[in-house]
Design a protein around this ligand. Structure first.
Ligand SMILES: Cc1cc2nc3c(=O)[nH]c(=O)nc-3n(C[C@H](O)[C@H](O)[C@H](O)COP(=O)(O)OP(=O)(O)OC[C@H]3O[C@@H](n4cnc5c(N)ncnc54)[C@H](O)[C@@H]3O)c2cc1C
Length: 550
């Protein structure tokens, strides 16, 4: 470490620890920050952890004056995408960890409007809502209880409660921008500035404000640090049912797509998102990986898929959806679904007789033998899936990240942390036109490409709307194996590059892919002009969804 950097560290220590409002951790090898699921965290010289949001302003001012980069994180759990960008930074880097900013401000309990600071996790929000008798759901994701609500919206992530798109559910935000002449002031909307009532309710309930809408600039970007967000929470439904349609005949795939499209078009608002998962993805949730100890031919062969599917009665495709509303309304939609899905396969409902009876039988004391335990475990997973749909966070999705992890396997007792546990994971998350033939082409493309690189193709379609689908395809690999890790990165690049030619365009990218796509195009030139104006010293998150043009 150079003399200049040591001097900087000394200054930072003094500036940030002299006041009891902020921690400075002079430690660049803390695994909380250096370990990612694809091992590309940048080198940084330390971590600032403010206890009050005003310190964001101080950190930005200090960075402008002393020439260092700031990398903000909220819960630092962007598993599969990477939390900290890495793009040949020119200056020393400091992580600004916002996880101690835990403010929860009830904007309006009756209306379900709540304002959160970046450190509030899904679990903490759940506890707050329960303790204070809010009749509302947490906007949960598969990342689970320990992930921040704000940073997921900053990433424009989504879940499967009725308010699926989390940035859409954000009605207002406050931000610190890095411009030296502005970084001392917290920025809010024009409506907030105009409102003299002192209550600031209109800003927090009306997303679009007045004048140019700039909130979006601070999502998937490096233009500012979000210090609070207000969310419109979905109300707990008076009645709810999850539905599961098992499709055993592979030729029914396109009919399944048409079914989903129709249901979403007809019942938008009453049906959350609908997930469509393939057999391999379903098996990854229910069986141990038989190839975990192999270094080659690591994906499930056709024979293995067939055997495991037979043993576990796993369908080719599974549709999972959720219906929210009054009891009579939910029953009416169920009737419609029964009729419309008859040709696809068997439909089960979480509030239906079959699942209730199965749970009752399995809870009887004389049913505790191994086969029953396996069924019981599956039903437990179904229950956890239902909890997610009802806005109650849990870890049900996380074991996926451990599919190729020989050293560590998930256990229910522990808080799962795929990065700490050295899991290898990258997400390919493209948007696809909601059209049966196009989706068939997508499935073939992903299966062929991933097997070419020797990885299991696990396919999930999350149908947020009737016209455009998001597919989240995990590339799960053995992070301890350098060659396999490199192959995973090549596989991701191939999926992204070749997919673009077919019209499959990612909505979000892992850090190493982010700067590759930014070219000298009108869009990125415009982003660059905004960046130059808001961050003339280039201190904030170099490389995050942005490349400084030469
Ligand atoms: C099995 C599994 C399932 C998953 N399921 C989902 C899912 O259902 N939906 C989903 O969306 N994702 C999912 N993820 C991906 C990811 O884990 C989540 O999106 C997670 O919420 C993002 O991490 P974070 O919230 O801790 O953000 P952080 O890591 O804290 O931040 C993410 C990025 O946002 C920037 N950022 C953070 N806070 C701020 C701020 N206050 N101001 C400005 N910039 C900021 C950071 O610079 C960083 O680059 C899943 C991951 C796994 C492993």
């Amino acid at each position: 470490m150079g003399e200049q950097q040591q001097d900087l560290i000394h200054k930072l220590c003094k500036a940030f620890t002299s006041q009891n409002q902020c921690e400075w951790i002079n430690q660049s090898d803390d695994p909380n920050y250096t370990q990612t699921t694809f091992a590309n965290a940048p080198n940084f010289i330390g971590i600032i952890r403010p206890k009050k949001r005003e310190f964001i302003a101080k950190a930005l001012t200090f960075a402008n004056q002393n020439n260092f980069h700031i990398l903000p994180v909220s819960s630092n759990k962007n598993w599969g995408y990477g939390c900290l960008a890495k793009n040949a930074p020119t200056l020393p880097m400091v992580v600004l960890d916002l996880s101690n900013l835990k403010g929860i401000y009830p904007t309006d309990k009756e209306l379900g409007l709540i304002t959160l600071e970046p450190g509030v996790t899904q679990e903490e929000l759940r506890t707050y809502l329960d303790d204070n008798q809010w009749d509302c759901m947490v906007p949960v994701t598969g990342a689970g209880p320990t992930a921040s609500v704000v940073s997921n919206a900053v990433e424009r992530g989504y879940g499967i409660t009725p308010h699926t798109d989390h940035f859409s559910a954000c009605t207002a935000m406050k931000v610190f921008v890095p411009a030296p002449d502005m970084c001392n002031e917290e920025l809010s909307s024009a409506v907030s500035e105009l409102d003299n009532s002192g209550i600031d309710f209109i800003d927090k309930s009306f997303k679009w404000g007045m004048g140019p809408f700039i909130d979006g600039l601070f999502t998937q970007s490096n233009l500012g640090i979000v210090s609070e967000m207000t969310f419109r929470l979905a109300k707990n439904p008076s009645h709810f049912s999850a539905f599961y349609i098992q499709i055993f005949d592979p030729s029914k795939f396109e009919d399944s797509v048409l079914f989903i499209r129709k249901i979403l078009q007809t019942y938008a608002g009453s049906i959350g998102s609908i997930n469509l998962m393939d057999r391999a993805r379903l098996l990854s949730m229910t069986v141990d990986n038989p190839n975990i100890d192999k270094d080659e031919n690591v994906f499930l062969s056709n024979e293995q898929l067939l055997r495991l599917a037979n043993e576990n009665q796993t369908p080719e495709w599974l549709i999972v959806g959720s219906i929210y509303g009054e009891k009579a309304f939910v029953s009416a939609i169920k009737n419609h679904i029964n009729k419309a899905s008859k040709h696809l396969g068997k439909t089960l409902y979480s509030d239906g007789f079959v699942l209730k009876a199965a749970k009752f039988v399995l809870n009887l004391p004389f049913t505790h033998f191994p086969l029953m335990n396996a069924v019981r475990a599956k039903l437990h997973k179904l229950d956890q899936g239902v909890d997610i749909m009802l806005g109650r966070p849990n870890q049900v999705a996380l074991p996926l990240a451990y599919w190729r992890n020989r050293a560590s396997q998930p256990s229910n007792e522990n808080k799962l942390h795929p990065a700490h546990d050295k899991c290898g994971l990258l997400w390919y998350a493209p948007l696809i036109r909601m059209n049966p033939e196009v989706l068939t082409e997508f499935v073939l493309f992903v299966r062929l490409t991933m097997r070419k690189f020797d990885f299991d193709p696990f396919i999930t379609f999350t149908n947020l709307r009737h016209d455009c689908i998001d597919s989240t395809v995990p590339i799960v690999f053995n992070l301890a194996n350098e060659k396999e890790t490199q192959r995973a990165k090549q596989c991701l690049s191939a999926l992204i590059e070749q997919g673009r030619d077919k019209g499959f365009v990612p909505y979000r990218l892992p850090t190493e892919e982010q700067h590759k796509l930014s070219k000298n195009t009108p869009y990125w030139k415009c982003v660059n002009k905004i960046k130059q104006s808001l961050d003339p010293n280039g201190i904030l998150s170099p490389g995050r969804y942005h490349e400084r043009l030469k």
